[in-house]
Design a protein around this ligand. Structure first.
Ligand code: HXC
Length: 260
């Protein structure tokens, strides 16, 4: 399928890359763009040749937010009856394969929230994160007040969301929003691809289960979460890959996964 606002490639074995590509608007996340993103995510999620997904933008902008021009005239009843922004949740509710965000340049408003929805966030040290919605007379609407607060704590999140002050990629790394930071765009993309390729080299069922249980920790208390983890752990004894992985260890061989 050809897209207007994104590009899709398969740059490494098992890795599907989605590049937000609406340069004239710094990748502002309009509804048509999100529809294409969702289509591409679902296509990779159901593709037998893909195990990990990389989501990136340009060097200048991961995404400068939801499309302000699209939102400016929206009424309450239109937003409410059409569940405006709800379709953004597909990434967190439906997609089972891990998604790595590689963020360079602006990741503002909905762009910051989109990055926070991904499973692993990498960025350049000078990436420009923020939730500037307050300056537009509104608030984060795609999970920012919840995910950013979980990630960096109430004190910093409240300050950022109420002042609209931005934070750097370096700070994102220090505060635990980003798993790793990189000095340049080239290193960022290479680092993200390497990680995606590493993940894609493991048993797909184990990777998907790992993503599922870590994400559960965001919604459950520790006791329920540990129980949930144990159930999923038990279920993996039903996979062929668990047998293959442990047998290969015992025989000092490389595991050849069947993904079953
Ligand atoms: C629509 C946008 C946009 C956006 C940039 N553009 N951000 N269009 N929605 N979020 C457009 C500009 O209008 C401009 O188009 C072109 O992209 C280039 O932007 P400039 O402002 O000229 O670039 P620059 O001077 O380099 O400044 C970059 C910037 C600035 C600092 C990122 O564009 C900016 O502040 N953008 C808005 C950031 C923001 O407030 N994001 C939160 C949105 S609210 P033209 O046609 O003039 O060339 C939000 C709500 C989330 O995300 C809640 C639900 C998800």
């Amino acid at each position: 399928k050809s897209y207007e606002y994104i590009q899709t490639t398969e740059p490494r074995p098992g890795v599907g890359q989605i590049t937000l590509n609406r340069p004239k608007a710094l990748n502002a996340l309009s509804t048509p763009l999100i529809d294409e993103l969702n289509h591409a995510l679902q296509a990779f999620d159901s593709s037998p040749s893909i195990s990990a997904i990389l989501l990136t933008g340009s060097q200048k902008a991961f995404a400068a937010g939801a499309d302000i021009k699209e939102m400016s005239t929206l009424t309450f009843s239109e937003a409410y009856t059409n569940s405006f922004i709800e379709s953004w949740s597909l990434l967190t509710t439906t997609i089972k394969k891990p998604i790595i965000a590689a963020v360079s340049g602006h990741a503002l408003g909905g762009g910051c929230e989109l990055a926070l929805m991904c499973d692993i966030l990498y960025c350049t040290e000078n990436a420009n994160f923020g939730q500037p919605e307050i300056k537009l007379g509104t608030i984060p609407g795609a999970g920012g007040s919840q995910r950013l607060t979980k990630a960096i704590g109430k004190a910093r999140a409240m300050e950022l969301i109420l002042t609209g002050k931005n934070f750097t990629g370096k700070e994102a790394g220090e505060w635990g929003v980003a798993a790793r930071t990189f000095a340049s765009w080239e290193e960022l993309i290479e680092g993200a691809l390497k990680t995606a390729e590493t993940i894609a080299g493991y048993s797909r069922v184990a990777v998907m289960a790992g993503k599922e249980v870590v994400n559960k920790s965001q919604d459950l208390g520790v006791r329920d979460g540990v129980e949930y983890e144990r159930r999923v752990f038990h279920s993996l004894f039903g996979s062929e890959d668990q047998k293959i992985g442990m047998k290969a260890f015992a025989e000092k061989k490389k595991a050849e996964w069947v993904h079953k």
